[in-house]
Write a protein that binds this ligand. Structure first.
Ligand code: 6A9
Length: 767
């Protein structure tokens, strides 16, 4: 295998970066060239933390613990199992400040950060954490807050401790930050600013790696301390004691922790001062912090209205706040990741580390999927690009720089230990035959009119390579047909073998994956790809013809009809080796060998009608693609059928948005295996619904026989989507991954700002 993965051949191409010049010029994202984006809340998987955009960054963060018998739950990384009532950024501008609200049982935390530019290393920042509690008991339960700073492979931290217990200051240095001073100010009473009684502990320990910080703290807590405030009963609580570190690996760095234990309410502030910034007249704390925060908030609201105009459209103040929070969760969910993916040429091939890479990206979900996903990102950037086009351009460039020598970009980006710690091992490997929809091009199409020429020039060779890779590796059986590679191969294990590459996972496709398959959604994505590449080439004065010809051929409605219109279904469809009669059935185990325990029964697929080449009878999101990407002409004879399917309550129409699969489909809400609940088989997903709105809006503003109908559908669909996502957020405190088509409730994981935040653009009618 050494020869196989050596310097030559396919193995090397799999793991070596694409040879085109980088989309991000060297140094362009560092503290010198981009100081305002050096520090950020780039650790979306923790409730509150910051780091710099560097490979081995200094990280800072917060943990908290409601003291109770037995310890209570230590909070640090965002976990659904923590059962928080809500948490999320209510304001965040993606760069200079943010305000988050957290509700954990009876405790409410408000976490705010603010940056102050200056010097050569990304400037200063300050935090303010305000803790309150519903006074259910007297005295209120004790709350411990743990503020930490940790290095990861480089840098030094020196504690300055008061009275042997209070970590007041950390003096440190790292490669990119130079010298800095981190100060933990004494807690105060909210509003009055009076001193607040607190108990202090601290810890200086070798770091076992950032992914094991929670474990380190947990193992260092012991119920040996006693809280004794004047006039209060004495209470035992858990506090930090040196634990000798965690057994195992050699240390990766150092961690310093400051534990403050008190009875809420309280305000706690932290200041980070960069050694290279000119000394400020006063620290960014107390009244100075409040005043700066008020200015940022006012500017944010103004910019939000200037960008999305929701007040102007008559949305109420709570509705505007909801939309601000949705945008803020996407911006506050932007992370900076560094490391390598684990890749393989194809399933069954050996796993090898991909090239070291950095990724600056938003994430679908801070709790469940706090990492980059290729097609999700295109949807995120549709929103972000409206707020901050320069930020979006940087994200796009990072993604394109992940490309390997073949032109492949892995679908899911699990870079570094912190990211990997969140992923079950069976999901880690990325296979280089697997594509994902090129939605980054949707975002690029929007950015195009105002995009600086040098940016496009740097992107262009990579865009061409990506498009060529898709064309080459996902080609279908006939010219101008396409087929997602990497479908599940063990047919008998699934009701319908999944197609993760498409992004629509368990959406039903041909029952028997085969090289004869033609996938409608992919063909439409390729048409979009050709169109965007043609537009970029034209802007740059590069040869346009090949892209334009491809775009024309892939948009040609007669060709589309020949390949994907199923007259017997009255719909556009996939084509392949398909049986319309399959079901899961328990198979009794084979008789056990003498002396062996009996095997368990197995759920296997029964094929009740032999598969044959035909159109696939699954009406749903895939059937809509020629309309979703606006390839179908406004005067197409097939447009009414597609609009009918959308509006039919037996099929795709629900009071909460368009469902992913028709209610009268055989696969509607069916499990794929015993352990695999329905996913894209009925529920309402915001990304596709956004494309539907955008398309209906387009058909409604184009001359054609169905213009009025499209306009009517547009209005109703928009109303349904906004009303439901808003209501669910008000009821549950979260945006969700998808929504039930029968009662509108949020489903899947939460919080899922990701593409669900496209509701903001729907409110703004910004397509
Ligand atoms: C599972 C479990 C802690 C599935 O939003 C990201 C993707 C979408 O791109 C895709 O279209 N989601 C959608 O069908 C989530 C995928 C999560 C896979 C990894 C690991 C983690 O448990």
């Amino acid at each position: 295998s050494a020869a196989r993965w050596g310097t030559w051949g396919a193995g090397a191409r799999l793991v070596s970066p694409h040879p085109a010049p980088r989309a991000l010029p060297p140094g362009s994202t560092g503290p010198g060239a981009a100081p305002s984006r050096f520090w950020g809340t780039y650790r979306p998987h923790v409730y509150f933390g910051m780091k710099t955009r560097s490979p081995r960054a200094l990280v800072t963060g917060l943990m908290w613990l409601q003291q109770q018998e037995g310890g209570g739950g230590l909070r640090h990384t965002c976990e659904e199992s923590d059962g928080l009532g809500r948490y999320g950024w209510v304001m965040h501008d993606g760069e200079s400040f943010g305000v988050q609200e957290i509700r954990d049982g009876t405790v409410e935390l408000r976490t705010e950060f603010l940056k102050r530019p200056g010097g050569e290393h990304g400037g200063d920042w300050s935090w303010r954490v305000t803790a309150r509690t519903e006074n259910t008991t007297s005295p209120p339960p004790l709350l411990s807050l743990f503020f930490y700073a940790a290095t990861d492979g480089q840098g030094t931290l020196e504690p300055q401790v008061e009275n042997g217990t209070r970590l007041a200051v950390v003096k440190g240095t790292t490669e990119e930050l130079g010298h800095f001073t981190l100060s933990f100010l004494r807690p105060t009473v909210p509003d009055s600013g009076d001193p607040k009684h607190a108990s202090y502990h601290w810890l200086d320990a070798p770091s076992p790696g950032l992914h094991r910080l929670t474990e380190l703290v947990r193992s260092s807590l012991s119920p040996r301390s006693v809280f004794s405030a004047p006039g209060r009963p004495r209470r035992r609580f858990f506090a930090l004691y040196p634990s000798g570190g965690l057994p195992g690996d050699p240390p990766r760095g150092q961690v310093l922790l400051h534990q403050v234990t008190l009875e809420p309410p309280a305000v706690l502030e932290v200041t980070f001062e960069s050694g290279s910034a000119a000394p400020a007249p006063e620290p960014l704390a107390g009244a100075a912090f409040s005043a700066a925060m008020a200015r940022h908030e006012a500017a944010f609201r103004q910019r939000f209205e200037a960008t999305f105009g929701l007040a102007g459209k008559g949305f109420t103040v709570p509705e505007q706040r909801f939309a601000q929070a949705a945008l803020s969760e996407v911006l506050g969910g932007i992370g900076y990741f560094h490391g390598h993916s684990l890749v393989q040429a194809a399933p069954g091939e050996p796993a090898v580390p991909g090239a070291e890479a950095a990724l600056f990206t938003a994430v679908p979900s801070r709790s469940f999927f706090p990492r980059g996903f290729l097609w999700d990102e295109g949807f995120h950037q549709l929103l972000v690009s409206r707020w901050d086009p320069a930020l979006s351009r940087e994200v796009l460039a990072h993604w394109l720089d992940l490309m390997n020598a073949e032109g492949w970009i892995p679908r899911e980006q699990i870079l570094g230990d912190e990211a990997r710690a969140k992923v079950p091992p069976e999901f880690v490997l990325q296979s280089s035959e697997t594509a994902n929809p090129p939605t980054l091009l949707l975002a690029l199409e929007r950015l195009l009119p105002a995009a600086p020429r040098p940016f496009l020039q740097r992107l262009f060779p990579r865009l061409c390579a990506w498009y060529a890779w898709l064309n080459r590796t996902q080609a279908g059986p006939e010219p101008l047909s396409f087929r997602w590679r990497g479908r599940d191969t063990e047919h008998q294990r699934f009701l319908n073998p999944k197609t993760l590459a498409s992004g629509l996972d368990d959406y039903p496709r041909a029952s028997h994956p085969s090289p004869q398959e033609r996938h409608l959604d992919l063909r439409c994505w390729m048409a979009l790809g050709a169109r965007v590449l043609a537009a970029v080439a034209e802007r740059l004065g590069e040869p346009v013809e090949p892209f334009r010809a491809a775009a024309q051929a892939l948009t040609d409605n007669e060709l589309l009809e020949q390949m994907h219109w199923a007259p017997e279904l009255g719909a556009f469809a996939d084509y392949g080796n398909h049986s319309a009669a399959v079901a899961m059935r328990w198979q009794p185990p084979a008789p056990a060998a003498p002396g062996q325990p009996p095997a368990a029964p197995q759920l296997v697929r029964e094929v009740r009608e032999a598969p044959r080449l035909r159109f696939v009878d699954a009406l749903g999101y895939v059937s809509l693609f020629p309309v979703l990407l606006q390839l179908l002409r406004a005067d197409s004879p097939h447009l009414p059928a597609v609009l009918d399917a959308m509006r039919s309550e037996r099929q795709l129409w629900s009071p909460y948005g368009l469902r992913s699969l028709a209610r009268d489909s055989a696969f509607y809400l069916r499990r794929n295996t015993q352990h695999d609940p329905p996913y894209w088989r009925g529920s309402v997903w915001l990304n596709i619904n956004y494309l539907a709105l955008r398309a209906l809006h387009g058909y409604a503003s184009t001359e054609g026989p169905h213009r009025e109908r499209a306009a009517q559908l547009y209005r109703e669909l928009r109303h349904n989507l906004i009303t439901n996502v808003y209501r669910q957020h008000a009821d549950s405190g979260f945006l969700w991954e998808h929504y039930s088509d029968s009662n509108g409730r949020g489903q899947g994981c939460r919080p899922f700002a990701g593409w669900t935040a496209l509701v903001v653009l729907a409110m703004a009618e910004d397509y």
